[in-house]
Design a protein around this ligand. Structure first.
Ligand code: HEC
Length: 140
């Protein structure tokens, strides 16, 4: 009887220790980002600055100011706030991300959804938005 109790107690200690250790190893159980549903009028949007890059570093500057804190300096999805998000942030260098149209990237970046904030007010000039899209294209 006594032995059984000690065994039980031993197992409980092992389980509790594992739970505590595991909570340090696995930082957060984030959910994967679901595919974006981009309205057709955004998907087919024409980027008037296509192929012009980001010569004056407008996009780069806006990225550092508004996006880096979550998306990370190189776009890997590892910014300072990334681990506090419920949704995992995908890398902007990813082939799947880069395969999207400029309009899809525009919608995701400025309209947003859930934890991805809307930036229409913070980045009001359309030229600035496209410069930022062009900058994201350089991250691949
Ligand atoms: C507060 C943190 C936060 C900030 C700041 C932020 N994002 Fe995001 N972003 C997210 C999260 C979280 C997701 C994933 C959301 C989802 O899948 O529902 C995301 C997703 C995206 C996506 C879609 C990527 C993909 O492949 O799923 C793009 C594009 C994007 N963000 C661009 C930007 C741009 C551009 C800025 C700056 C103007 C920015 N984000 C600022 C948190 C942020």
């Amino acid at each position: 009887m006594k032995k059984t109790f000690r065994n039980l107690l031993g197992s409980a200690v092992v389980i509790m220790t594992s739970v505590v250790l595991f909570s340090f190893v696995a930082p957060q159980d984030q959910k994967a980002s679901a595919p974006w549903v981009v309205p057709a009028n955004y998907k087919s949007m024409v980027n008037p600055q296509k192929g012009k890059g980001d010569p004056e570093n407008v996009g780069k500057m806006l990225y550092a100011k508004h996006c880096k804190s979550c998306h990370g300096g190189a776009g890997l999805g590892d910014g300072a706030k990334a681990s506090s998000m419920k949704t995992k942030i995908n890398s902007l260098k990813d082939g799947k991300f880069q395969a999207q149209t400029d309009g899809e990237i525009y919608f995701e970046s400025f309209i947003g959804r859930d934890e991805m904030p809307n930036f229409e007010k913070k980045i009001p000039a359309v030229e600035d938005r496209w410069a930022l899209v062009n900058y994201m294209r350089t991250l691949k």
